[in-house]
Design a protein around this ligand. Structure first.
Ligand code: AMP
Ligand code: MG
Length: 310
């Protein structure tokens, strides 16, 4: 797989290279049998973002039509698992699932919402798109609005951008002093540990498009009137900062890929693959959580007898 190659090609800036060799608390995972999608895409020790091939399709050997078909085939399963998770919460379970989606402009975050998460009962999902903080949000610490958006028991929460913007755009533009943003990696890890400890499992995904692919997608936004509503003049300015963003991602991915909440980098030049891969990550995790239909303690015989009497 593109990003599983050795570290010797790493020729990043000093800090990115340093971050790449930071000892993560993630243990080396012994993969027995077929590697899972998480095994293939997870950010482990020695990860180098620049080595990921955005065109690759790890864990899927077919092409676009097979990928699209697989996505449609498994779409209902996400909803079925969420229903079990909800049912479990009716019997007192506090478990929930949080999907964090990050990526550069045009990386396909919206498509994940429509094609992967869209299959779940809207009542069971809560999607939050994080924009530049409002006046009110700025009065609080950067995790305040994140805490408020965490999923309730039995539901799936989806973050379209997240607290990671506070070490990405904020770092690239120095929106707060370095002394402040540099502390956030540890704060994020502590926060996520707390979230996981309270029963909310976290899946973190970076949709990774290449700079060339982004250019093609932005160009299409200009050329197609039905895409003009997405046009944002600032996107071109942000594009100039591509290397800075990649460095910020490299550092965030390695510093904050923990055993309890690892990062995954999904090659996203092929939209159909990115959607398939995120669906797989979700389904594998829900299956591992294995929510059960709860015993609600209903005396079925007695209830049926009441019907007869009614
Ligand atoms: P979009 O997702 O394209 O609608 O854009 C949302 C914008 O909000 C992006 O340009 C983000 O970089 C920006 N944004 C999100 N979170 C933050 C944050 N914590 N601080 C500053 N800008 C942010
Ligand atoms: Mg945008």
């Amino acid at each position: 797989m593109g990003h599983k190659t050795s570290r010797k090609h790493a020729k990043k800036t000093t800090e990115a290279a340093e971050a790449a060799v930071l000892p993560l608390d993630a243990e080396e995972v012994q993969v027995v049998g077929e590697p899972s999608m998480s095994d293939l895409l997870r950010v482990d020790k020695g990860f180098v973002l620049a080595e990921v091939d955005c065109e690759s399709t790890p864990g899927f050997s077919g092409g676009k039509s097979a990928g699209t078909e697989a996505l449609a085939l498994h779409a209902p399963e996400v909803g079925e698992w969420q229903e079990r998770l909800f049912a479990e919460s009716r019997a007192g379970s506090k478990r929930a699932l949080l999907l964090v989606i990050q990526g550069m402009d045009t990386s396909g975050k919206g498509g994940i919402m429509r094609h992967v998460v869209g299959a779940v009962d809207p009542e069971g999902v809560r999607t939050t798109a994080f924009k530049a903080p409002t006046e009110q949000e700025r009065q609080h610490d950067f995790l305040w609005r994140i805490r408020a958006a965490l999923p309730h028991a039995g539901t799936v929460g989806v973050f379209d951008r997240s607290h990671y913007e506070d070490v990405l755009v904020v770092r690239v533009h120095e929106l707060v002093p370095q002394a402040e943003w540099s502390k956030r990696y540890a704060q994020i890890n502590a926060f996520e540990r707390q979230v996981v400890g309270s029963g909310t499992e976290i899946i973190k995904v970076m949709l990774h498009v290449s700079a060339d692919e982004q250019k093609a997608r932005l160009t299409q936004r200009l050329e197609r009137p039905d895409k003009h509503y997405k046009w944002n003049r600032a996107d071109i300015d942000e594009r100039q900062l591509w290397p800075d963003y990649m460095e910020a991602y490299q550092v965030a991915l390695t510093k904050c890929s923990t055993k309890g909440a690892p990062w995954h980098v999904v090659p996203a030049n092929k939209k159909w693959y990115a959607r398939y891969a995120v669906q797989r990550l979700l389904l594998d995790r829900l299956e591992a959580m294995a929510p059960e239909w709860p015993d609600m303690g209903i005396d079925v015989e007695a209830e049926l007898a009441r019907f007869d009497a009614s």
